[in-house]
Design a protein around this ligand. Sequence first.
Ligand code: B12
Ligand code: SF4
Length: 425
Amino acid sequence: MPNYSDFLFNLKGKNILGINPPVRDFAFFDLWAKPLGLLYLLDELRALGNNVELIDCIFEAPDKPKGFGRQIPKRTQITKPAPYASIPRKYYHFGLDEDSFVKRLVGIQKPDIILVTSIMTYWYPGVTWAINLIKKVFPKTPVMLGGIYPRLCPDHAELSGADMVQTTPLPLKFEKPAMDLYKNPGYAVTLTSLGCPLRCKYCASSILWPKHSKRNIENIISEIQWQQSLGNIEDVAFYDDALLVGKEKHFYPLCNRLKETLPSLRYHTPNGLHVRLIDKTCAQHLKRTGFKTIRLSLEGIDEALRQADSAKADEISFAHAIENLLSAGFKNEDLETYILIGIPGQTIKDIEKTIAFAHSLGVKVKTAQFSPIPYTPLFEKAAQIAPGIKEEPLLHNNTVFCTYISKIMTPEQLQYIKALARNNS
Ligand code: B12
Ligand code: SF4
């Protein structure tokens, strides 16, 4: 498996350009979605004596604000790629268009190497679009592709047009993300821990991060302080998979330091929190520290989910978590839970039951549609229904997998479920 870490960390005195490509998808929401891995990497390469620059195709094309520092990017409707041809939904390019991207490339100091990141596997069309244009402007400059897509689809990513593809984990120091490369970052981002000790059958966390580890608390504090010093920052998003695991030794001391040093910031957990771990003390820490957006992971109370999710939540632990959060001072409208829909074996009745349960506790429901992720046990199960997912990452797309690809439910059933989830009366 190609590993370019020695090559990267021996670079010195070079001009390095980082690229966050546009997203091509049916939908895209900015849930504090910065290219965090690339930003940590650029900061580390700068500390080694290189000059770094960034073109973020998403955040350099803002359309309208979405609250808490976020922006919805500009979108243009484009032709669907062949595997989506029969799907009756509009498909978009989110971010800089071709002219603006080329203009940015042309205006930049000639790079010695270009680093392209990637996030969702099914966002690869934005990656290949960017690499193709980069190659037109800088035909001789080596392009390296990294991020989640080549980690999970290494063979496919070899066809991206990049000269080097990093398919294995890259050891980083995680000092601070290079957020100063943005004119106006809007919000701060952080990762207080890597990976997760649980093993849900639909999740790639343990594949991407085989070991669960926590970062040094003082480093996290200085990293956030530094981002705050860039100006205009009132919000911080945590990207952790398992923020609350080992909470007594890590999360509580971190909360105490955040309250002491950064009391005016609002904190957000766009990834769901483990509800089993939200006891009274934990709920009080979350409230006192200034956590604002609390997303929880109920996922589901049906048998198919029980089998898949390493018992991370059940009715009793979920009800206790809500009670604890409410008595700590959160309002019902602050609390939203993910429920996972469209996993193989789940029925519409199962989903109705989970939604009714969450609503009975006054909690808002956010439906998260299942995306089959390579190397996970549920990927294999999903491949029995939709074998094409093994060859074509576009078919992992959460927006269309459960309806048009696996046909686990009809589009009408999905609309019905979404309406049911929204209707909390
Ligand atoms: C934060 C997060 C989100 C955020 C947004 C993230 C973003 N930036 O856009 C939110 C909450 C919005 C989100 C949403 C979803 N997510 Co998510 N998310 C994550 C999470 C937890 C962390 C990503 C991250 O930033 N990690 C931290 C950084 C440091 O890691 P990294 O970027 O991988 O960087 C490392 C390397 O890749 C490398 N690297 C990065 N770039 C480059 C570039 C070069 C050149 C090189 C050499 C190296 C390199 O360096 C780093 C160190 O090794 C991952 C799981 C995970 N643990 O990684 C899931 C994950 C990416 N999400 C996933 C899923 C399924 C989803 C959802 C579909 C969930 C759902 N069902 O609704 C949604 C879909 C969103 C959408 N619009 O389609 C899946 C992937 C699915 C897929 N098919 O690709 C993951 C892997 C989780 C899982 N369940 O297994 N997500
Ligand atoms: S608890 Fe969350 S991060 Fe951990 S394995 Fe399960 S889904 Fe993945």
